[in-house]
Design a protein around this ligand. Structure first.
Ligand code: NBX
Length: 803
């Protein structure tokens, strides 16, 4: 075999790097040292492209997109960077030649977990898609010292440990001291008459230095490397701070709030929101002016996108800079601001819509509060004449002593979008209906997408390679090309190969479970997967009731028909979300009971994998047969694990919610298992108050028995938690209609179990899902934002046409 030059060179660079950084030979190096040495080599390869990209953006005066997000959830970078650089296969070969366990090396990288769930991971998928379609886009966020907590189970209970992700330093980031910005909090503000008009005078308060750390976002198979800029809070140079002052300042980027769908309304959180918003906007305007542009050119040079409402303070912050620092008039400043900013909403849950107490807001950000009062006044005046006082009041940012962030975002931006068709429709019809009346043209849908590079090419190399053998490699650049796979759905040899790949991936996961949890799971069984944050509306409970149903059926009759399943859960619960933690305990105890009962073991097992995160997802998703997407219809904005799982050949067991609808439509209804109430039915129940969990409990003996199992000792060790679950379903009338969808769920599960017995037919359905997954690539999503909201170029279409 001809010696591959790239491999030879990589090997030399890797060994040199090991010696240069650690003064060790390969044989003596630890996995961590090997990882860091290899990452340093990769970083060097990124650096040249990164510098050139930055110079190119500056020289061409390209319009820049800034994606402001309080969370980014990149996971590990090494494998994804190697893939995008086109060096993954060569690196694998090098490691084989060196007899190094490459997986162990990659696993030495700590996941960067600076996000909770879907919202943060979406931001990171976009960071991968943007450079890959040659879009000039950067991320702007917070460099939390501690990311999302590390989860462990003790006695079935979730316990949280700090995520000290920086303990070995972060190889990828570059600190940029000369780009630091001062962010000001608190104190008093007076308006003073000056020859230039009213100007604020600040008295007291706190100055915080925002220091950026930049990481290169590597485009796939091109020379583009964009920037993710995360800000860290420090004491400004020359300021004498006491120990306690220092800790107040550093706490601003100290840790990520571990709450995903519930507004905390805490002071520190507001400080965090202002911190990266202000630092980001100041920095953008500074560069804009330094490059010689006028402030009026800002909307033509810059698009600022706010990922949910957490960065909404960019709107009053831009007004502050334009008015106070540059002396613009209100109308011109407002025009510039609104034409620059656009907003994505990610939630329909009322309790997740951000609101701040006006008192707290005014204490922390007094000048911004004044400006919001002014925005509020302008808004009322402009809408009251046509729509009446009541309407003006309902849509005002300031109401009932609170600052309503979604209203401020809707008023202060030129575009508002939801993340799946149903979600966008519900925003228009319900949650933001008044704003839709005011400005219908602002509204649009941008269905979420995923990066197939990380979730297929890297996480499921054998599937990707198998696909290549059938349709070539175009689909890797143009994901919709994967529909060509449909031509092979009668190719029995191919279906068998697909099944073999799935089985290997299941075995890989089974090995992990065996090694880490000491449970040997049956790889011939259906891997039935539910992986996402633990939340009542996502209804892990419905899945659990299904498990108990099978369990009781088997205990009653050992020959009862139950298709063998391994139920796989992974989920973190917000530490303050008591009920979610109780559900975790119950699932863990049911798992214990089932896994230790030889009478049912050949038919069912339940595993709850601890510490769900990006890397664990990459291991679970390729192994899944069934993807449980079972939220109450009308509650899940989109979902994105649904897309990752379909792309890896899992069949959806799903309610008609969020993007499930679109996935089922794309794959074909016959290739998915839809069940349950639709949104209209759900809304009708809420409006008519005609849902009775008690009646369902009384009238369904099977369900009755299952629910009783939670409180009569059948499930051991859950006295308190079983009762809590029971009470929430029965006494509190089951807010998320778990019982209402129960019958439909278990029937559908039974049908699915039957279907699985025909392996070939099943694999054909799996193929249909893989072949339909292309449209859910984030490349298309980001291209749609670029075309319709940001108005910046990209080369996705060019790639499509030139093929
Ligand atoms: O955003 C999620 C939605 O629940 C998903 O349906 C959707 O697919 C995803 C991406 O659009 N929302 C989400 O993850 N929210 C948060 O993580 C969150 C974090 C902090 C916070 C509120 C929500 N204060």
């Amino acid at each position: 075999m001809q010696q591959n030059d790239t491999v030879t060179q990589l090997k030399q660079e890797f060994l040199d790097s090991l010696e240069a950084h650690f003064a060790v030979s390969l044989a003596d190096a630890t996995d961590l040292q090997r990882y860091q040495a290899l990452a340093a080599v990769v970083k060097q390869k990124i650096a040249t492209k990164w510098r050139r990209t930055k110079e190119d953006y500056r020289d061409t005066g390209a319009k820049q997109v800034y994606y402001f997000s309080i969370e980014f959830l990149p996971g590990r970078y090494l494998r994804a960077n190697l893939l995008n650089l086109g060096l993954l296969a060569d690196t694998e070969q090098m490691m084989t030649e060196l007899d190094v366990d490459f997986t162990a090396v990659m696993e030495a990288e700590v996941d960067q977990g600076l996000g909770n769930g879907g919202l943060g991971r979406l931001a990171s998928d976009f960071m991968d898609a943007m450079p890959s379609i040659a879009l000039v886009g950067n991320g702007n966020g917070i460099r939390y010292r501690y990311g999302l907590f590390r989860q462990a189970f003790i006695n079935g209970y979730q316990v949280e440990y700090p995520d000290d992700w920086l303990k070995n330093d972060d190889v990828w980031e570059v600190r940029q001291d000369d780009e630091a910005q001062v962010v000001h909090y608190g104190g008093n503000v007076y308006l003073q008459d000056t020859p230039d008009g009213l100007r604020p005078v600040y008295d007291g308060g706190l100055d915080v230095l925002a220091v950026p750390y930049d990481t290169g976002m590597v485009g796939a198979d091109n020379d583009v490397v964009n920037t993710l800029r995360l800000w860290s809070a420090e004491v400004p140079e020359g300021v004498k701070a006491s120990v306690s002052e220092r800790s107040v300042i550093e706490s601003i980027s100290g840790e990520l709030y571990p709450d995903d769908s519930n507004e905390e309304g805490r002071r520190l959180r507001l400080r965090q929101e202002y911190f990266f918003s202000s630092a980001g906007v100041q920095n953008i305007i500074k560069h804009h002016l330094a490059d010689g542009y006028s402030l009026h050119a800002l909307p033509f040079q810059v698009a600022i996108h706010i990922n949910d409402t957490h960065p909404t303070v960019v709107i009053p912050e831009m007004m502050r800079i334009l008015l106070d620092e540059h002396g613009l008039g209100w109308e011109e400043a407002w025009g510039i601001t609104t034409r620059t900013v656009s907003y994505t909403n990610h939630t329909l849950l009322a309790e997740a819509l951000e609101r701040w107490s006006q008192d707290l807001f005014a204490q922390e950000l007094p000048r911004l509060f004044q400006l919001i009062q002014e925005i509020d006044r302008h808004h009322r005046v402009s809408v009251a004449s046509e729509h009446g006082e009541d309407f003006a009041w309902r849509t005002s940012p300031l109401q009932d002593g609170q600052v309503h962030m979604a209203r401020l975002a809707a008023i202060g931006s030129h575009a508002i979008n939801g993340v799946a068709p149903l979600h966008s429709q519900l925003l228009q019809d319900k949650v933001l209906h008044d704003f839709y009346i005011l400005w219908p043209a602002k509204f649009s849908n941008k269905t979420n997408g995923i990066t197939h590079r990380r979730y297929m090419h890297a996480a499921n190399e054998s599937l990707s390679a198998l696909i290549d053998t059938k349709i070539g490699r175009d689909w890797r650049k143009l994901p919709k090309d994967i529909t060509k796979l449909r031509d092979f759905n009668m190719d029995e040899a191919f279906l068998r190969e697909l099944a073999v790949v799935k089985r290997q991936n299941k075995q890989r996961l089974a090995d992990w479970v065996s090694h880490n949890m000491g449970i040997d799971i049956n790889v011939d069984a259906i891997f039935d997967v539910q992986i996402k944050r633990l939340h009542a509306y996502k209804r892990q409970l419905l899945h659990l009731l299904g498990i108990l149903t099978d369990y009781l059926a088997l205990k009653h009759d050992a020959n009862a028909y139950v298709a063998p399943r391994v139920h796989i859960f992974a989920a973190k619960a917000a530490p303050s979300y008591h009920y979610a933690k109780q559900i975790i305990k119950v699932i863990n105890e049911v798992a214990n009971m089932v896994n230790n009962d030889p009478a049912v073991n050949d038919k069912m097992q339940v595993v709850f994998l601890p510490n769900y995160g990006v890397s664990l997802a990459e291991l679970i998703i390729p192994a899944a047969d069934v993807s449980e997407q079972i939220s109450t219809a009308g509650k899940e904005a989109s979902g994105t694990s649904n897309m990752k799982l379909m792309a890896n050949g899992a069949l959806q067991l799903a309610t008609m919610d969020g993007a499930n609808i679109d996935i089922i439509h794309a794959a074909g209804a016959e290739n998915a298992y839809a069940f349950g109430m639709d949104t209209d039915t759900v809304y009708k129940h809420y409006e008519q108050h005609d849902y009775s969990a008690w009646d369902i409990y009384q009238n369904n003996p099977k369900l009755h028995r299952v629910l009783d199992a939670l409180i009569d000792g059948t499930v051991p060790n859950v006295q308190e938690e079983g009762q809590a679950v029971f009470d929430s379903l029965i006494r509190d009338n089951d807010e998320y209609f778990v019982l209402g969808d129960y019958e439909s769920y278990v029937d559908t599960q039974a049908r699915l179990g039957q279907d699985y017995q025909n392996q070939q037919a099943w694999t054909r359905k799996s193929l249909a899902n893989i072949a339909a997954s292309g449209e859910f690539s984030a490349d298309y999503t980001v291209a749609a934002y670029a075309d319709e909201i940001w108005h910046v170029p990209h080369n996705l279409l060019a790639q499509q046409e030139s093929k």
